[in-house]
Structures are given as structure tokens and as C-alpha cells.
Design a protein around this ligand. Structure first.
Ligand code: HEC
Length: 95
């Protein structure tokens, strides 16, 4: 386990996720669309005052929903890694 994923141990739900891999997947597949709707680097969709996601579980469910819409055919592991990165960077849920 890398140092960076050890960081995520604050949240048991994402304890085994690979945050670096998650960031790579997000940068490649997800950001341009959020950025074109919300401007900037697209991160405002996660930090807007009434953002939809309210828990780690909800976060994974939303990542899965976007992923299914896009038909990216990610593995569950990819969804977990990307959710863990989003949590570490933006949502900061503790469970
Ligand atoms: C084609 C455009 C598009 C792409 C590509 C896209 N999304 Fe989204 N995403 C949206 C829209 C639109 C919403 C807002 C949905 C709403 O408000 O109901 C959203 C919302 C979200 C949210 C919830 C934000 C909140 O309110 O807390 C997350 C998390 C998210 N997307 C993750 C992803 C991930 C991960 C990917 C890549 C697999 C991705 N999205 C790709 C359009 C997209």
C-alpha cells in the first residue's frame, strides 16, 4: 500500500482504495463534462452548496451512476478508487 492510500485510512470505507489511480481515471473520463457545465476545473460540482452526495456510500453510488450513463464499463475497484480520490480531495466524509 502506498503512503497516499494510507492517508485515506481516516475513512475505513475507502481504506484499500488507490487514490492515485482514482485521480487518473477521473482526470481522463470525468472532468471535461463537469467543467463544461460548471466552469473552472469542474470541481464546483462537488463543492456547490447543495451538492447531491452526502456520504461515502452515496458517493460511490453517484460515481457508479455517471459511469453507467457513460458506459465506461469500469470495474467496481475503479469506482472505489475514484470515489476515494473525490472524498480525499473534496467531500471529506469520515465514514
Ligand atoms: C456527460 C457529462 C458527465 C460526465 C462525463 C460525468 N458526469 Fe458526473 N455529473 C454530471 C452531471 C450533469 C451531474 C449533476 C447531476 C445532478 O445534479 O443531478 C454530475 C454529478 C456528479 C457527482 C455528484 C456531485 C454532487 O452533487 O455531489 C459526482 C460525484 C460525479 N458526477 C462523478 C462523476 C464521475 C466519477 C465521472 C466519470 C466516471 C463523471 N461524473 C462523469 C455529468 C457528467
Amino acid at each position: 500500500m502506498s503512503l497516499i492510500s494510507a492517508d485515506a485510512m481516516a475513512n475505513d470505507f475507502f481504506a484499500t482504495a488507490d487514490i492515485v489511480a482514482g485521480k487518473t481515471l477521473l482526470d481522463k473520463n470525468c472532468i471535461s463534462c463537469h467543467a463544461s457545465s460548471y466552469g473552472g476545473d469542474g470541481s464546483e460540482i462537488y463543492t456547490r452548496p447543495f451538492h447531491k452526495v452526502a456520504s461515502s456510500k452515496g458517493l460511490v453510488a453517484q460515481v457508479r451512476a455517471c459511469n453507467t450513463n457513460l458506459n465506461l464499463q469500469w470495474f467496481e475497484e475503479d469506482e472505489m478508487n475514484t470515489s476515494a480520490y473525490l472524498n480525499e480531495q473534496y467531500y471529506k466524509f469520515e465514514e
